[in-house]
Design a protein around this ligand. Structure first.
Ligand SMILES: O=C(O)CCC(=O)C(=O)O
Ligand SMILES: [Fe+2]
Length: 637
């Protein structure tokens, strides 16, 4: 020993202080992890790759902390002169395990964050980057652990003196560590940056976005710990006699980094539990979209007394089976819709027509003639075709996905100014559309009757009409529509590039339906669930209320509640329409359909119109198949 007698430092240990920092923080990480997994398992299991990855990280860190405690109990943290040979050997072996396994905790923690970001990132380039990061993390983990394990022959020489052993040169081991640290820092920087970019583009309330950002920012603490680790490692002398004690600060920062990665990865998932807690304890509203009074946002209505528009309880697409069962009593024709209310105008503003009982609002002159001309020019600058017979579509924001009737996760086209400028003026401001389909309907083109997918899009749907007027046909959904939902293929395809199958629902010829709408009350027969076969169902569906509503050029239609969930809408493919008793030839008509996508656990629907809810239909099909013993793979949730 080089240091003798009085020169020896006192026989104390920094080990307990090391544990005093690491153990409580690790306990916090475990609690966060438990809450995360708990919230992902209830009401029904929704574990994703990110959850499995973080579980690997937590198991690895549990082992690392366990071996750290074992090492401290054998004297890790004491000066070398007060440790026996056996203790030194144990400490060396235990901390060796921690170095090898600790890498798993940090790597799988980062991979878990990457999996989470992959789910919410719409941009393919960022997705690619995330996959590259996952690849690098795995490669670095494997390479680092292999180097650690083969560095010394025999392996024991890595932590205790062994005669005639051979180890890699110290410089090579440092190079290995620096490569790993660089990859880690790069990944952490991306993880810190990317969520900010994504979250602030989501159509969520500012409060919600701020909460998610703060929670995600916790991950930045791990970056800080990584920087400290590098700092102390730089000053570390591996050949110093008392190097086990000198190692402790670097050891502590390395474990802190691992634990903070786990904390950072779990924290954003706590949004829902925190939201629920704030709601229960302090009565704060849930982060749910709320519908604003048209008066307060729309200049056209600023001087009139518009009835406040809210989603009634039986119109809201809410979560919870109990509530949805309760709503199953809803039948076409039994709501408070009657000719008394429908078609009347409860306000004096001639620009706004509304049918509150079915949640339908039509705002006339929503855009100016100059805006209309600019929109038409913008559409044809991108697609000059006007002579065809088929509907043409252009997609902005998340593209409409004609295979799922939802929105693409990956295809996103930034909004042109003419669409972006509409957003602040939309009546429902609490959530804004992020899926836009601009369509051109040449004379004779239409769109089959359909209910926009319940599970994939939020309640409010918009259709902005321009170019010319067209009657939109509404019909209460009946058993026949429910039957159609069960067919494997439905199609709204229409553009030349996306051929539209012929639809029996699109007869040509003049309309004999007047506008504005006057749906007749349903006959008692239609209020019963039909018991007979297809023909009987179709016959009964014929009796359901239907009407056509003329959508004038420059008007904005807002569908919510029953008109959104419980009615089909469509445009008959005709060359002429009867408007006010006059036969009017159709002209080219344009529309912008605006929808808000549901993502992740928001997908799915237990709303008041289960008969035509696509999510419910899939669940039913899966249940039937399960009961019949047929393996069924389809479940969107
Ligand atoms: O063109 C319209 O106004 C409506 C289009 C529509 O219903 C749809 O794309 O789902
Ligand atoms: Fe639609």
């Amino acid at each position: 020993m080089g240091t003798k007698g009085n020169d020896l430092p006192p026989n104390d240990s920094v080990g307990p202080r090391l544990l005093a920092v690491l153990v409580p923080l690790f306990a916090v990480a475990l609690v966060l992890y438990a809450i995360r997994i708990w919230s992902r398992l209830r009401p029904k299991p929704r574990l994703t790759a990110a959850d499995y990855m973080i579980t690997v990280a937590v198991v690895a860190e549990t082992i690392a902390i366990g071996f750290t405690i074992a090492a401290v109990s054998r004297g890790y943290g004491r000066h070398v002169w007060y440790i026996s040979k056996d203790e030194a050997s144990d400490i060396g072996a235990f901390t060796f395990v921690v170095f090898v396994i600790g890498l798993w905790a940090s790597c799988f923690g980062r991979i878990s964050v990457a999996c989470l970001l992959l789910r919410i990132t719409p941009w393919p380039r960022w997705k690619m980057l995330l996959w590259v990061i996952i690849g690098f993390q795995l490669a670095a983990l494997i390479a680092c652990d292999i180097v650690e394990l083969i560095a010394c022959r025999p392996i024991r020489a890595a932590w205790e003196p062994v005669p005639d052993s051979e180890c890699f040169p110290v410089e090579d081991m440092w190079a290995n560590a620096y490569v790993f640290i660089s990859i880690a820092m790069f990944s952490d920087a991306i993880f810190a940056l990317l969520p900010m970019v994504i979250i602030w583009r989501l159509n969520r309330s500012v409060v919600e976005r701020t909460l998610i950002t703060i929670l995600l920012a916790l991950g930045l603490l791990a970056v800080g710990a990584g920087i400290f680790k590098i700092k102390v490692l730089k000053g570390y002398n591996i050949t110093a006699e008392d190097n086990a004690v000198d190692q402790i600060p670097g050891y502590m920062w390395a474990r802190l980094e691992e634990i903070l990665i786990i904390v950072g990865a779990c924290a954003p998932l706590l949004k829902s539990p925190i939201e629920g807690f704030l709601h229960r304890k302090f009565g704060l509203p849930l982060f749910r979209p709320v519908v604003r009074d048209l008066n307060s946002v729309h200049s056209l209505s600023s001087t009139v007394n518009v009835r406040r528009m809210k989603f009634g309880k039986n119109q809201e697409c809410s979560h919870g089976t109990e509530q949805s069962r309760e709503h199953e009593t809803w039948r076409p024709g039994t709501s408070s819709i009657s000719t008394e209310h429908v078609g009347s105008r409860p306000m004096t503003d001639p620009n706004i027509e509304r049918w509150d009982d079915i949640g339908l609002v039509l705002i006339h002159d929503f855009i100016s003639a100059a805006d209309e001309a600019a929109m038409i020019a913008a559409f044809h600058a991108a697609d000059p075709r006007t002579g065809g017979r088929k509907r043409l579509s252009q997609h902005f924001g998340y593209h409409f996905d004609y295979t799922t009737f939802g929105a693409s996760d990956t295809r996103f086209t930034p909004l042109p100014p003419y669409i972006a400028n509409l957003l602040p003026r939309l009546p429902v401001q609490e959530y804004l559309p992020d899926q836009f389909t601009v369509q051109y309907y040449p004379p004779g083109a239409g769109i089959p009757p359909h209910v926009d997918t319940h599970s994939m899009f939020s309640e409010a749907l918009y259709s902005l009409s321009f170019g010319s007027a067209v009657p939109m046909a509404f019909k209460k959904s009946g058993a026949n529509d429910a039957r159609k939902m069960r067919l494997p293929k439905r199609s709204l395809l229409a553009s030349d590039s996306e051929p539209q199958p012929p639809s029996a629902d699109e007869p040509s010829g003049p309309s004999d339906q007047p506008a504005p709408p006057h749906p007749s009350p349903a006959s008692p027969a239609s209020q019963q669930q039909p018991a007979g076969g297809t023909e009987q169902r179709e016959a009964e569906d014929e009796e359901l209320p239907s009407w056509e509503l003329l959508l004038p050029a420059r008007s904005l239609l807002l569908m919510t509640g029953a008109s959104r969930y419980g009615y089909t809408h469509g445009i008959k493919g005709r060359k002429t329409d009867v408007v006010g008793g006059q036969t009017v030839p159709r002209e080219g008509r344009y529309s912008i359909t605006m929808r808000t996508t549901r993502r992740g656990s928001d997908i799915g629907c237990t709303c008041s119109f289960p008969g035509v809810c696509d999510a419910r239909v899939r669940e039913e099909q899966a249940a039937v198949a399960r009961d019949a013993g047929i393996p069924w793979a389809c479940s969107r949730r």
